[in-house]
Write a protein that binds this ligand. Sequence first.
Ligand SMILES: *[C@@H]1O[C@H](CO)[C@@H](O)[C@H](O)[C@H]1NC(C)=O
Length: 427
Amino acid sequence: MILSLFVIAVLACSITCFETLSTSIPVSNQQPQSLLIANINLGTPPQNIPVMLFFGTNLPRLGQFILNKSVQGTNEIFDLLQKQIGMTNYYDLDSSTTSEQKGDYESVQEQSGYGGQMRGKYVQDVLQIGKLKFKYYFACAQKITSLNQAYSGGMIFFQRTEDNIFDLMYKQKIIKTRDYVLQGSTYEINGGYSSNKGYNLKMHFDLESNSQYYNYPPNQLVPNSDIFEMYCYGIYLDGEDISDKIKYKRIFIDQLTDTIDLGDNTIGIPLDLYSMLASKYDSVGRQQIFNCAKCQCDQIKNLPTITLITQEYKLTIDPSQYTQHIEQMDMCQVHLTQEKQFNFAKSLIFNSNIQVMYSKQPDTVRLIGAQTINHVNIDAIKYIFPIFTAIILTGLLFTFSWTIYQIQPLKLEQKQLKEKLNICIKL
Ligand SMILES: *[C@@H]1O[C@H](CO)[C@@H](O)[C@H](O)[C@H]1NC(C)=O
């Protein structure tokens, strides 16, 4: 019986046991940029600070850092930008009992419009995410010069060329695997414009190595790069095969925060496909259709569903993923841009039910919940899993009833014995 319970626990765990780091984009019309912000606990006692997370390949040159409280009040513009994203609580390295200073730190001089440079110390302190604590080594900025961009409490990268925080946890044997899954969702904000859409991103990590996620087919990193891409063998517009007419057939699935604004939910499509669509559908070239009150966006409703067949997956780009009706402005928008490849990681993560899983060793990406080309495996698991659980439950019930059944006569015997004893006493 205990064994059955254990088996059930292990099976349930293979789909639900993981830790989650929740992140979101602060919504404000004046926000200087929109990167994902997560709250982490740094130091002892834990100081809860917001940090910006960056996923992608074109990493900000200033690198990763945590800002010490002393940066506050030294730069008027920076303070203002920080205030706009609601930044209030900074890390204070001196009030943490576990912080250790390791040497001087100086960032590069950022030449771009965002400008700035920072100085401070390399620091090691305890970082806590959820229930998990580990040692984190980071650049801690104490002084800044002219930062023209908000950075909340600091910046943390999720890249493949260097260890990210999950790799560090894994190396310190705090978590079981170093892989993670991105699950996105959006919500409308009342009375706003197109940019007033809220974004939430959950990062599931500490996955069980027998997790169902690993049943989805992996795609390898492009050799000598840190880009994930897939190749389209088939491209369809509303079911019509146009594969031969499209020259650019790659899909990038890795540019989550590389573009300036995550709130900008355009989908990149190859330029030849774009011109094909623009010549067929007036609304694609126009991008914005005004004065369409109550029109319900008829022009964008007849836009096609784009279906892509890769070696592993069947992916669909539905018109709802690349069009938007903004009631307050009587406007319909088509969010398509021309690139040299398909580029819709953001759309996959935030506007569909697909989750994207990143693995290390080897570096691969999996699209969790996407329709797979070789769906036999996953379908089989879908059916076998409940059947398996049912069998175990039946076994458990059987064991249970059997035990009860065996206890019953025992109780009876005891009763009879008692009665006999009663009679004896009476006698
Ligand atoms: C960190 O910030 C606090 C608060 O402003 C300040 O008292 C402290 O001196 C700073 N630490 C360093 C090492 O700069």
